[in-house]
Design a protein around this ligand. Structure first.
Ligand code: NI
Length: 184
């Protein structure tokens, strides 16, 4: 089922999300719905606050980047209670977008590599090191769990330049191709 997406101005996007335990009701359905919602909106990653659930859950599928890197085909994961243990490598500039910020794209600098601990959809624990696009996507999605957005990481001058667009999104004047949660 495709869920409506929260956009800039919705308070859930600024809240720190809560851990999930194995008894969380409807978890498998929520994961499936998040994938449906992400694919429908042509996103590469989605964090639970973007479907109005303030819990520590991320899904991603890096397949759209397979032309840059063939190993990214079908590289998809569910990250429950992720913890970024280490962020390292060189700083890279990359043009980011976000389903919660329709119509906005900005260059964001982030380190190239991460070491992460997480649980999968069956609560098996993993610790892995990722780089490239996957490290980028996961850092972006992890920010959502901390109540952060990529526009918090751009230069103040760039932020001022997109202020009008942000206001339009928060007032519901921007209509993307997918369903959004109306801001109060
Ligand atoms: Ni995002």
């Amino acid at each position: 089922m495709i869920l409506p997406i929260t956009v800039y101005g919705h308070p859930v996007l600024r809240k720190k999300a809560q851990p999930i335990d194995p008894n969380y009701e409807g978890l498998q359905e929520l994961i499936k719905n998040m994938y449906d919602t992400m694919y429908n909106a042509e996103g590469v990653g989605l964090a639970a606050p973007q479907v109005n659930k303030s819990v520590r859950l991320i899904v991603f599928d890096s397949t759209p980047f397979q032309e840059d890197e063939p190993t990214l085909k079908d590289f998809k994961k569910v990250l429950i209670n992720p913890e970024i243990v280490e962020i390292y490598g060189e700083d890279i500039d990359f043009n980011e977008g976000c389903l919660s910020l329709p119509g906005i794209r900005e260059d964001v600098v982030r380190p190239s590599k991460i070491r992460i601990k997480y649980q999968d959809e069956n609560f098996n624990s993993f610790e892995e090191e990722w780089d490239g696009i996957v490290a980028r996507v996961v850092q972006h999605e992890y920010d959502h769990l901390e109540g952060k957005l990529f526009i918090d990481r751009i230069l103040p001058i760039r932020r001022r330049l997109i202020n009008g667009k942000l206001n339009a999104i928060s007032k519901g004047k921007t209509q993307p191709d997918y369903r959004v949660v109306a801001n109060k």
